[in-house]
Design a protein around this ligand. Structure first.
Ligand code: P1T
Length: 403
């Protein structure tokens, strides 16, 4: 990015952050570099590009763009992509991040999080890496302090807002605890996106995204990202990214880069429509309760209002969780009746999606843990897209009438 863009507004950074026009052609978008390898003049003498797992300019463009949005502050002298790293999926990013800690180490993790993250930590890395996970509710900062003292974790993994119960944790307070105890603090920022929340600015060491969601934004690509503000971690993650090799390919990098160009306008619409829908659902007689960080009834409404903002005003994202009156049959009827909302896993795209976490995205979380977290048969998760909000309300209204 040129010097005069350094203080640019985040809306502008979505389009220009970390980008340079092609020196040869002036192309405003980077070419999709498909070459798997690069010719060398003499063994070891090359233009900085050896092999595409290690070096790929299309991927770098996307990595730099996200690093700019997350405000990594890492120079290109320290890291080619300013501390941004792109992976084949969100879970590939998470898996690589977990390699920052050693066999036998404790990881303190949020009790509620994406089911696949839980599965990776508990059902894969606990066995293969000897990780010792401890799950706690990080909305309670005192319990984070206590758990850190007791278990001495090497990594603290927090998702905020969480998937699917939308718990919001105080990232600044957690980062301070991690810093004091020498643990690496990682925030999964998928639900908020860098438009609403920049965890590195709150002191977290690493931010993770499923780029499949808001960054990509069009449900047509699977990807993941890590960004760090710490120079040493940047070097270690660069090494791990290349050594493990689960990198994002050039076509996907191009799609993700294209996606974030419209992140600012998309997030604005997601937030506005979700608020309208949350208020509509809140007063609906077939709905037992609505969880949305922007409602005063949300248990962490105050933290969310402080931590999540769009253009300086509190903003709470496009995800809503509801509890329907009744059980699995009522949920099924509702989910089978919606038309504009697609019954599908995933979230964060321009189209509205709806799903049943207990049967779909969080089936890998043990039933006992799900029950403790309240992920019941009547819980339904909505990802509010950017269609006309009146049409979305009508769709939900019709489906609720059918329950
Ligand atoms: O699907 P993948 O790109 O590998 O990302 C995993 C992931 C990580 N973190 C959060 C908060 C997520 O929501 C996800 C993926 N989630 C879904 C597929 C879902 O429907 O919830």
């Amino acid at each position: 990015m040129s010097k005069d863009q350094k203080n640019a507004h985040i809306d502008t950074l979505c389009i220009h952050g970390g980008q340079e026009k092609c020196a040869v052609t002036g192309a405003v978008m980077p070419p999709i570099y498909t070459s798997s390898t690069y010719a060398q003049e003499s063994p070891g003498v090359h233009k900085g590009y050896e092999y595409s797992r290690s070096h790929n300019l299309t991927r770098y463009s996307f990595e730099r763009a996200v690093a700019s949005l997350e405000n990594s502050g890492i120079s290109s002298e320290c890291d080619t992509s300013n501390g941004g790293f792109a992976f084949a999926s969100g879970l590939a990013a998470t898996a690589t991040c977990l390699e920052l800690i050693d066999s036998g180490d404790c990881i303190l993790a949020m009790d509620d999080m994406y089911g696949g993250t839980y599965r990776l930590i508990s059902r894969v890395r606990e066995r293969s890496q000897g990780l010792r996970p401890v799950y706690i509710d990080m909305t309670d900062i005192e319990s984070v302090e206590q758990a850190v003292k007791e278990h001495k974790p090497k990594m603290i993994w927090v998702e905020s807002p969480t998937n699917p119960t939308l718990k919001v944790s105080d990232l600044k307070a957690i980062a301070e605890i991690a810093e004091e105890h020498g643990a690496i603090a990682v925030a999964d920022n998928t639900f908020a996106s860098p438009m609403l929340q920049r965890p590195l600015e709150s002191g977290m060491h690493v931010v993770m995204h499923s780029a499949t969601k808001y960054l990509g934004g069009h449900s047509d690509v699977v990807g993941g990202v890590l960004v760090t503000r710490d120079e040493e971690l940047a070097q270690r993650i660069r090494f791990l990214q290349n050594s493990i090799g689960s990198v994002m390919g050039p076509f996907d990098s191009y799609l993700c880069l294209r996606g974030i160009k419209t992140l600012a306008v998309r997030m604005q619409r997601h937030c506005e429509s979700a608020m309208t829908i949350a208020r509509f659902l809140e007063q609906h007689p077939k709905v037992e309760s609505v969880v949305y960080p922007g409602l005063e009834s949300h248990p962490q409404y105050e933290v969310a209002s402080r931590q999540m903002a769009l253009h300086g005003n509190p903003a709470f994202g496009g995800m809503i969780t509801i509890f329907l009156k009744g059980g699995v049959e009522e949920s099924r009827r509702f989910l089978e009746t919606v038309e504009i909302f697609a019954l599908a896993e995933s979230l964060g795209g321009v189209e509205s999606l709806i799903e049943h976490p207990a049967i779909m995205t969080h089936a890998s979380v043990p039933a006992e843990a799900r029950a403790k977290l309240g992920i019941s048969d009547s819980l339904v998760r909505l990802s509010v897209g950017i269609e006309r909000v009146e049409d979305l309300v009508e769709d939900l209204s019709r489906a609720l009438d059918a329950v």
